[in-house]
Design a protein around this ligand. Structure first.
Ligand code: NDP
Length: 267
């Protein structure tokens, strides 16, 4: 067991049925969709490009024989997220697992890149979570896909204290992220990608507390460094391994944790 890792979390042998996965048209999100569809879940394949979403859903239906449907969902757009939530509500959909997987990495530099990275990786999961809350069943899980690059150890001491503080509120965190974008991504001791995932980990803890009364479990899961378009061909982990690590969030009994391969990691 590596530094900072703890004992494995327990898994739930639950009967959850419907999952919504953002950014599921390729990469880790697509593999999470594939596994859940094979396991008999109804899977909503979130994709910002409707054509890519439909193509992915069709491809995965062919491969798995499962029940998959595309949902057009650009996580950076209030309008798109609200429209998706409204369409799902009209279809009487109830969600048992939300996987906030969509993310960007290479865009992390320059003011536009900083804004896009924080908007996608931090505000995206927040926006989608809040919009989908009425559709989530009590006892559902929310999984925010994070990265080791978001570990607090990568931040300067002041921001490390800020994100780790038990006094941090969701509003304050949102304010800090807006300030960070306005400031062009200066400070914090790491790049916008690392900041976005560190803030996502902090958000995970805050939302976990907010939703505890509904028994909704909220965890951040790190896939490791994975061979996808984002991770590149030189990454040590397969997409199957990365997705397996994310799937621990879907099944976790614990809440408010940062996990890799089902074990808590320093974050
Ligand atoms: P990919 O680049 O392979 O896929 C990213 C997915 O996110 C695509 O489906 C993409 O859609 C989607 N996406 C990007 N922006 C948006 C948006 N605004 N709205 C909706 N969807 C969007 O990445 P991975 O599969 O490797 O990464 C998945 C997650 O895992 C990310 O959160 C990433 O940060 C995290 N991660 C990945 C690691 C790795 O080594 N690969 C390591 C650690 C964490 P489109 O096709 O339209 O671009």
């Amino acid at each position: 067991m590596g530094r900072g890792e703890r004992a494995p979390v327990a898994l739930q042998s639950g009967v959850a049925r419907c999952a919504l996965i953002t950014g599921a048209n390729r990469g880790i999100g697509q593999q999470v969709a594939r596994v859940l569809a094979r396991d008999g879940w109804d899977v909503l394949v979130g994709a910002r490009d409707g054509k890519k979403g439909n193509a992915a859903a069709a491809r995965l239906r062919d491969q798995t024989g499962g029940r998959l449907k595309a949902v057009e969902l650009d996580v950076t757009s209030d309008a798109a997220v609200a429209a998706a939530a409204s369409a799902l509500r009209d279809g009487a959909i109830r969600i048992d697992a939300l996987v906030n997987n969509a993310g960007v990495y290479r865009e992390a530099r320059g003011p536009d890149g900083v804004a896009r990275t924080i908007e996608t990786n931090f505000f995206g999961p927040l926006r989608v979570t809040l919009a989908m809350l009425p559709l989530l069943r009590d006892g559902a899980t929310i999984t925010n896909v994070t990265s080791e690059l978001g570990a607090l150890a990568n931040l300067d001491a002041g921001h490390r204290r800020l994100l780790a503080s038990s006094d941090l509120t969701r509003d304050a965190l949102v304010g800090h992220m807006r300030d960070y974008v306005r400031g062009g991504g200066e400070g914090w001791g790491t790049d916008a990608y690392g900041v976005s995932k560190a803030a996502l980990n902090a958000l995970t803890r805050l939302i976990a507390d907010e939703l505890a009364a509904r028994q909704i479990r909220v965890n951040a899961t790190c896939p490791g460094w994975v061979r996808t378009d984002m991770g590149g061909r030189g990454a040590p982990r397969s997409v199957e391994q990365g997705a397996a690590s994310v799937l621990f969030g879907v099944m976790a009994i614990e809440t408010g944790r940062v996990l890799r391969d089902g074990r808590r990691i320093a974050a």
